[in-house]
Design a binder for this molecule. Sequence first.
Ligand SMILES: Cc1cc2nc3c(=O)[nH]c(=O)nc-3n(C[C@H](O)[C@H](O)[C@H](O)COP(=O)(O)O)c2cc1C
Length: 349
Amino acid sequence: MRGVAQKRLSPEVWAYVEGGAGEERTLEENRAAFHRWCLRPRQLAGIRTVDLRTTLLGTAVSSPVYVSPTAYQGLVHPTAEAGTARGAGAAGVLAMFSTLSSLSLEAIAAAAPSGPKWFQLYLQPEFQTTQELIERAEKAGYTALVLTVDAPVLGPRDRQTRDGVAIRSPVPIGNGPRILPPARAPELRNGAYEFPEDATVTWEILGQLREVTSLPLVVKGILTAEDARRAVDAGARAVIVSNHGGRQLDGAMTGLEAVPEVVEAVGAEAEVYMDGGVRRGSDVLTALALGAKAVGIGRPVLWALAAGGGAGVERLLSLLNLELAVSMMLAGRRSLTEIDRGLVASRDD
Ligand SMILES: Cc1cc2nc3c(=O)[nH]c(=O)nc-3n(C[C@H](O)[C@H](O)[C@H](O)COP(=O)(O)O)c2cc1C
């Protein structure tokens, strides 16, 4: 699907999809981190069926794999987020949709009314605008709010600059002309770099959000035990351990590396998910063995959408689920609850 997508998309859009921040060290490490773990399979477990079903904040899903939020899906396929919603819905998989979607959140929800959907929030300069987005998401049937905290400003996207900025002309945002992406750059003022006021956010924002919504809060973009604790203490019901697909702080640790400390820090108080570099059923197995409850995929969904629209996304998810089921069979685990820390060993030890 990646190969088909690359052929179909312009070099600018391909740079937007594939690129990371700076030298792309973190982007590269997102894959490499999986290679530093190996699996310790148990044989002759007498397995006849493998069950991938689970719940994410109480929502029943067919698999611990979910669709991560990615902006501007209209750049890769005319059906945009509606295609993704239909594909994920058909697969019974949870999908998260970005504030910066090409279609409105209402149109996305209408495309797959029964599919589980969460709304990913980028804070807007005016809290009133943020609140309106949340109210719209509640009304349209999104069942959780995913606050992304690792993008107060956009990371330096060198590849996009090099390959001709993908978003040369402003890409329409389906949620309305007032909705803005994260700011691009600070200004040098009196010798110091000054960031836009709305980039200056603290943990108090979680309390503010909880005052205006009863939707469960998920915090996306956590990489340390310390921040995971702060998020949970401020009322987050789940945290997503993620470096934004290597697109923000180049050199940052990977989600997979951070999962163990985050799981230890939050214990049973919140659910822990991860994303970044998940490409195979065996990757899902590794992340779950380290303590994640679910894993998100970003770029592969865009490849699948570009290659085959909603049907492509459904096919991708069913292939990944099948791989996970076969990997579990080969590892001697019949359900997600049987995936334990003993299933993985570090190659570096
Ligand atoms: C093209 C693209 C757009 C993205 N847009 C968003 C976004 O709008 N909001 C967000 O929280 N994360 C965004 N992300 C990050 C993803 O949610 C996710 O963290 C990341 O893609 C996971 O890594 P993977 O692509 O290796 O699977 C984006 C990622 C990509 C590749």
